[in-house]
Write a protein that binds this ligand. Structure first.
Ligand code: KMH
Ligand code: ZN
Length: 311
């Protein structure tokens, strides 16, 4: 039987800012439209953040999420995955608010406290370029920002979302140590197989975007989790397609989307999330791999079903 590959599309995130791409979805209408387009193109999982509709700043406000979640649910069968990583400078409590309210099938869970450097992007723009004042200040603030995901934060999220809502997780692992932290929670019985582990490569503060590092993440996860896990690969920026392709060839799943990369080709902005989904589908086709439907993804990840969410 051909192996099925889950495409996750991370639609807008909280890493990029409006000046960087006119195609970055900002309003609830834009987020819904691009999420639906990505699902139609073949994404089985939609990883979602919200933005302030006025100025594009990342927001944890559940009311804003509720302006696009029902639309997405109505128009697609795709699995909704709500971020609990949020964005700077949200607190952990703020970051989990939308997911606790919406009780989605999936939520992200970041597996370690770390630096998360966005400030190098400042050098690509001059003062006059910025559409909004908050953008350069936001990027600069990452120089001194701690992305807080302590053991206690992880326990709280597992308790409130996992036990409380039947939500399962996209475990965001930005380094080898995060895999060991996940193994610790597996040993304590607080997370249940099949684990869905996202290998995140190329964030400043995490593991580098090299094939050798991806191989090392995979080797380590195999040792720690055996057949109790499935992995997916997220390469930041221009590493998105090469590393996702390598991940797929190694037996994994893939994540694309404007949260992680704004481009389609060198110097060419992606016009939509759907374009990136189509691009990775071409690669999967070339590798002789089939794309998982949302129903297949639900089975592979043991999800509770779209009829058991609160939006
Ligand atoms: N922005 C990505 C590198 C989250 O939303 O929880 C990781 C991410 C975190 O998607
Ligand atoms: Zn995210």
């Amino acid at each position: 039987m051909t192996r099925k590959v889950i495409i996750t599309c991370a639609v807008t995130g909280s890493v990029h800012t409006p000046t960087m791409s006119e195609y970055l979805p900002i309003t609830p209408e834009q987020i819904a439209e691009q999420a639906i387009g990505a699902a139609e193109a073949g994404a089985a999982v939609l990883h979602l953040h919200a933005r302030n509709p006025e100025d594009g700043r990342p927001t944890p406000d559940p009311e804003v999420f509720m302006r696009f979640l029902p639309r997405i649910r109505e128009a697609t069968d795709a699995v909704v995955n709500i971020s609990t990583g949020g964005g700077m400078p949200m607190t952990v409590d703020q970051r989990m608010e939308a997911a606790v309210r919406a009780e989605p099938e999936m939520a992200s869970l970041n597996m370690g406290t770390m630096n998360f450097g966005l400030y190098p992007a400042l050098s690509r723009y001059s003062e006059a370029d910025w559409k909004y004042d908050w953008e350069p200040a936001f990027l600069e603030s990452s120089r001194d920002f701690v992305f807080k995901n302590t053991f206690s934060d992880i326990e709280t999220l597992l308790h409130r979302l996992g036990e409380g809502c039947g939500t399962r997780f996209e475990f965001e692992c930005y380094d080898v140590g995060h895999l060991y932290t996940l193994a610790h929670f597996l040993e304590r019985g607080l997370v249940k197989p099949p684990l869905f582990v996202q290998f995140v490569l190329g964030i400043l503060g995490g593991i580098g975007p090299d094939p050798e590092q991806l191989a090392h993440m995979k080797r380590t996860a195999d040792k720690l989790f055996g057949d109790a896990y499935r992995f997916s690969v997220l390469g930041a920026g221009r590493h998105q397609v090469p590393l996702a392709s390598m991940g797929a060839a190694m037996g994994g799943n893939v994540r694309v989307g404007l949260e992680d990369n704004l481009f389609l080709d060198k110097g060419v902005l992606a016009g939509s999330n759907a374009e990136q989904v189509q691009r990775i589908r071409q690669v999967l086709d070339g590798l002789g791999l089939e794309v998982a439907t949302p129903a297949e993804a639900r089975e592979m990840l043991a999800l509770k079903g779209a009829d058991r969410v609160a939006f």
